[in-house]
Design a protein around this ligand. Structure first.
Ligand code: HEM
Length: 421
């Protein structure tokens, strides 16, 4: 472990028990008195012995001592990171976490000398939330939690975490946390007047997301009127039909990173408008969650390669953002592969595709790459969610064609409904 950690531990202990405490800790850990150097790496056992010795001196369980030490470390880590140019001045807790592996921890590794950075895999789920998978034989998750909470204090942010799996329980191979900014008012509250005033004054379009018979219906619309509680919008009739059927709609506004959900109060399909009320912020950007997602009527086969192993599954749903796949049990896959790169291959059951003047018949072979975002144990299968890496123009086109064919299939159903109105 990097000598910096020992220097910081010395500083921490001194802040708690005074100057003599460190040499006592060294004695009690059975180590010879020595000066640690920030540019050297020391055996992990030295760290283990010293952490235990310090915990004993402070009369704290090891977990509590590590958490306290983590909090103590923060101001020094932030300043050092900023000084080294690996932590930007504008970064706050979640931004620092987002860059923890690269460039932060990577700066302290040296492949040639076999010194590898600890693995803290992170995934920014949205602006106010980040998922972490910590895999380390050093099992220092309490230190991690201390640093995370300490960062929140340092930047005066209401940072909290939820721990889904901890390596200190049930021999789990990793810790899995989500760290979030705990400000429900900010996350869910919608100031209707303010948000729709912005849209209305700029005569900006907003986008509505609905589903009709399992098919996404997405169209732009306009704000006609707004008050403190209700908003009257104009949208294509197809969208209004889907809104009426669902009783709700999801909305994305250009100036908001997070999407809105609204309940439908009244729909006038013929006149082309609807009244919406009861607005909430959704958990993420609606555009990402709903964007052209298709739940195929017949699931199709896919193979995924993760960390050298290959798995066969079925596609539950797919969009330009990612895919949800079910793997038949038993399957040898666990959360230790979260956020790992994944390669996928499948034949997209696209009936036909318009390419320029020609028509290409499907199915269409696709090879894509992404990251494994989630593994959920469902009744008969293991469901994995994979977020695609940025798709090539061609692959985007193919997925769009798949969506278009689906939409065409849905059109008669929508027309039938419109005919009734
Ligand atoms: C939210 C931010 C951070 C968190 C949660 C965090 C967490 C951790 C954890 C859990 C470890 C031990 C990992 C293991 O060995 O298993 C670690 C190691 C370390 N961290 Fe951080 N850290 C953060 C920010 C920083 C920053 C900003 C710096 C430096 C500028 C830094 C420098 C180091 C160093 C030098 C090590 C020792 C690496 C080694 O010896 O292999 N960390 N960090």
């Amino acid at each position: 472990m990097n000598g910096l950690i020992f220097l910081a531990l010395d500083d921490f202990l001194e802040s708690q028990l005074g100057v003599d405490a460190w040499s006592e800790a060294m004695d009690s850990a059975g180590l010879e008195q020595q000066d640690f150097e920030p540019e050297y790496f020391y055996p992990d056992q030295v760290a283990v012995d010293l952490f235990n010795a310090v915990a004993k001196q402070l009369n704290l369980p090891l977990s509590e001592m590590l958490e306290k030490f983590g909090r103590h470390l923060v101001p020094g880590l932030v300043k050092m990171g900023q000084h080294m140019g690996i932590v930007k001045k504008s970064w706050r807790t979640l931004d620092i976490l987002e860059h923890i592996q690269d460039p932060i921890l990577i700066s302290f590794s040296n492949k040639d000398e076999g010194i590898l950075a600890p693995k803290i895999r992170v995934y920014r789920l949205k602006h106010s939330e980040i998922a972490i998978a910590y895999v380390s034989k050093r099992k220092l998750c309490h230190l991690l939690k201390g640093i995370v909470l300490g960062m929140g204090e340092y930047f005066s942010e209401p940072i909290m975490f939820k721990e889904k799996v901890c390596m200190h329980n049930n021999n789990a191979p990793l810790c899995r946390l989500t760290v979030y900014i705990d400000d429900p008012d900010m996350v869910h509250y919608v100031d209707i007047n303010r948000e729709f005033k912005i849209v209305h004054s700029k005569i900006e379009e907003l986008t509505f997301y609905n589903q009709f018979s399992g098919i996404p219906i997405i169209h732009a619309g306009l704000v006609l009127q707004y008050g403190d509680k209700e908003v009257v919008i104009q949208a294509p009739r197809e969208q209004l039909v889907a809104m009426e059927a669902e009783g709700k709609t999801y909305i994305s506004l250009k100036h908001l990173p997070i999407g809105l959900k609204a309940m439908v109060k009244e729909v006038e399909v013929k006149q082309g408008y609807a009244t919406l009320h009861e607005f909430f912020m959704t958990k993420g950007a609606v555009g990402q969650r709903f964007y052209k997602r298709i739940t195929p009527k017949k699931r199709f086969a896919v193979t995924i390669d993760i960390d050298g192993a290959s798995f066969s599954g079925k596609v539950q749903n797919i969009s330009e953002g990612g895919v949800k796949i079910s793997l038949q049990k038993p399957v040898n896959l666990d959360e230790s592969v979260l956020f790992m790169p994944v390669a996928l291959k499948f034949n997209l059951p696209l009936k036909w595709m318009q390419k320029g003047d020609t028509i290409e018949l499907g199915p269409h072979k696709l090879s894509l790459e992404g990251n494994l975002l989630d593994i959920v144990d469902e009744e008969n299968c293991l469901a994995v969610r994979i977020k695609f890496n940025t798709l090539t123009k061609h692959n985007l086109f193919v997925l769009d064609q798949y969506y278009q064919r689906y939409l065409e299939d849905a059109q008669p159903l929508i027309n039938e409904r419109l005919g009734v109105i």
